[in-house]
Design a protein around this ligand. Structure first.
Ligand code: SF4
Ligand code: SF4
Length: 89
């Protein structure tokens, strides 16, 4: 069995595409409440853009350069620790 180091998720990473960095598509932004987060990592697993990294302290961090604001992470978080807020441009 292959052991996956905890720090290596996500296994794939977004990169600059022909449309540039996709974060500017966002109309709403996920904001993590670290008081509620239990480090369960579901948001990391489900993020459709692989834009959530785990920090050395195992808390998730969102890369807003590529997050498209789809809201999946907010929906899967079992502790309602991620809130979608209007994007201020
Ligand atoms: S899904 Fe929610 S509780 Fe779990 S790591 Fe993400 S923000 Fe934290
Ligand atoms: S809003 Fe979508 S793209 Fe952005 S971090 Fe959450 S799941 Fe990933």
């Amino acid at each position: 069995m292959i052991e996956v180091p905890e720090y290596s998720v996500p296994l794939a990473r977004p990169k600059l595409g022909s449309a540039g960095k996709t974060g500017f598509w966002r109309t709403s932004r996920p904001v993590i409440d670290y008081q509620k987060c239990t480090k369960c990592r579901l948001c990391v697993i489900y993020c459709v853009e692989n834009t959530i990294d785990l920090m050395p302290d195992m808390y998730p961090r969102i890369d807003y350069d590529y997050c498209k604001g789809c809201g999946v992470c907010s929906n899967v978080c079992p502790h309602e620790a991620i809130t979608m807020e209007p994007e201020v441009k």
